[in-house]
Design a protein around this ligand. Structure first.
Ligand code: PLP
Length: 485
């Protein structure tokens, strides 16, 4: 459970500070349903850009943002349905679009959710503390951004091998950027840096997304309902919610899978990972190129009881497909194969992990032999705006993208098989859950009783946590009421 005990003196100080800076906080209910956001806030947003450093953008931590750079308010949930001429499946595949969050990725939601309880209880004091955001990329961008909106100093931690776009923007947002050795899957090095900070820098508070329950809470209460809303909008009579396929970085987004599993009978949840780092499939390790996921450990907040399948994705394929989906020769080939110009124009809404998720969803739909009445949901966490430099690097390494390469890549896409798919038995689920022990208990000193509760007392553990969104909303509303009084 999230600790919601209040430090009254510190809370009052936070209220006073928000009053001086004109900061009001969104509730989970407002993040889920923007019709609950006050009209006065919506009016203000008409003059504010999507990425502007303005505290009203806290309300744009929302799946319903109008898809525009400047002055948007709220409409439908942002999603894309990928056409069958690309998926090759009978089932429909739909991805929520993270690009239209400030920072261009939905991870800003996890970051806000981790900070909110600390602020409204008073346990985090932005005047004396720095918020530290350990991440493989988008979470620390989100954390640095949210910290700026709240005028709070921040430290971003990410592996040196992450894309240039991330580092350049971060330098403008965080007070300090720490690049840890290695690439995507070198999370141990990130944790080591955190341990070092914890020991030596008392002014720092670490918001570790991999064990922060509010990360799960946000996706269960906000992202899951956004998927359900899209399903309601696009489903025809007799259609089924097939399930959700997500790759796991912190496993926060997996919380949306749990929501869908709880609310749609028969829906299943799959977790995707890079074949080059098959931790769930094989207890394996390794470097890979799907930025944002697969970090050689099982995150504390991954609920394995709710995970029905693991899917391995060869990282070479998303790397090739971002060229097919974004290079002129790729577009030409897709058009020849019946993909409409409208659909082609939307393909840049998938970043590398988005393409990986699409491939996972294709395997999932094929494995379960889903048909035209099934709808499978996945996540396009960020967009190609974050990976232009990867395209440039590939042109240098592999030569310009031409018709021959596009042909080969499209064939591979159409030939997606159901290899490296594990439908998880009870024992498989428990095996993966138990892997948490070695990092979280042995190395990082967490309490084994809680690890057992996640499994043995799962209904109370996860159910109790998810219900805290309502408690937090009461606390946020009371906090805001004192700010504006
Ligand atoms: C690009 C990208 N994809 C996927 C993920 C995984 O999301 P989660 O951490 O919620 O599992 C992340 C996380 O940072 C990411 O940045």
């Amino acid at each position: 459970m999230i600790d919601l005990r209040i430090d009254e003196k510190a809370r009052k100080k936070n209220i006073q500070r928000c009053k001086e800076k004109g900061i009001i906080l969104p509730t989970y209910e407002q993040m889920r349903d923007p019709s609950k956001i006050p009209q006065s806030v919506k009016d203000e947003l008409k003059d504010i850009g999507l990425w502007d450093v303005h505290s009203r953008n806290l309300f744009r931590v929302n799946w319903h943002n109008e898809p525009k750079e400047q002055g948007g308010t709220f409409g439908d949930v942002n999603y894309v349905e990928i056409p069958r001429s690309i998926t090759g499946t009978k089932a429909r595949i739909v991805g929520l679009v993270g690009k239209w969050f400030p920072t261009g990725a939905h991870k800003v939601g996890a970051a806000l959710s981790c900070l909110l309880p600390e602020l409204v209880t008073g346990r985090f004091d932005p005047t004396t503390k720095k918020a530290v955001w350990p991440s493989t990329g988008n979470y620390c961008r989100g954390g640095a951004y949210i910290s700026r909106l709240m005028s709070c100093p921040s430290v971003a931690i990410l592996p040196a091998g992450m894309s240039k776009e991330r580092f350049e923007w971060l330098k403008t947002m965080a007070e300090e950027v720490i690049a840890t050795p290695g690439c995507e899957s070198n999370v141990k090095e990130i944790f080591d840096t955190c341990t070092d900070i914890e020991k030596n820098r008392p002014e720092c508070v670490i918001f570790n997304q991999f064990d922060q329950l509010p990360n799960h809470l946000w996706h269960y209460n906000v992202t899951g309902p956004a998927m359900a809303e899209v399903f309601k909008k696009i489903a025809r009579p007799g259609d089924h919610m097939g399930g959700v396929v997500l790759s796991s970085g912190s496993a926060g987004t997996m919380g949306a899978g749990s929501y869908i599993r709880d609310h749609f009978n028969g829906a299943k949840v799959a977790v995707a990972e890079a074949l080059q780092c098959p931790t769930i499939l094989e207890n394996g390790f390794g470097d890979h190129r799907i930025e944002g996921i697969g970090d050689k450990h099982i995150p504390w907040i991954h609920n394995l009881r709710d995970t029905d399948m693991a899917v391995g994705i060869d990282d070479e394929l998303p790397i090739r497909l971002i060229r097919l989906f974004n290079e002129p020769a790729g577009h030409k080939l897709l058009a020849e194969n019946g993909v409409s110009a409208d659909d082609i124009a939307k393909l840049n809404l998938m970043g590398i992990s988005g393409v990986g998720n699409l491939l996972g969803a294709i395997k999932f739909a094929k494995y379960y032999e889903m048909d035209e009445t099934d709808v499978v949901f996945t996540m396009f966490t960020d967009s190609m705006a974050m990976y232009g430099s990867r395209i440039t690097e590939m042109n240098a390494e592999r030569g310009a993208y031409d018709q021959r390469q596009a042909d080969r890549d499209y064939d591979r896409l159409m030939g997606q098989s159901v290899d490296h798919v594990l439908e998880m038995s009870q024992v498989d689920k428990r095996r993966v859950h138990q892997l948490k022990y070695f990092l979280w208990i042995e190395q990082l000193g967490k309490d084994v009783t809680e690890l057992r509760a996640q499994w043995d007392d799962h209904r109370n553990y996860w159910g109790g946590l998810r219900a805290q969104a309502a408690d937090l909303d009461v606390m946020i509303n009371e906090f805001n009421a004192e700010v504006v009084r």
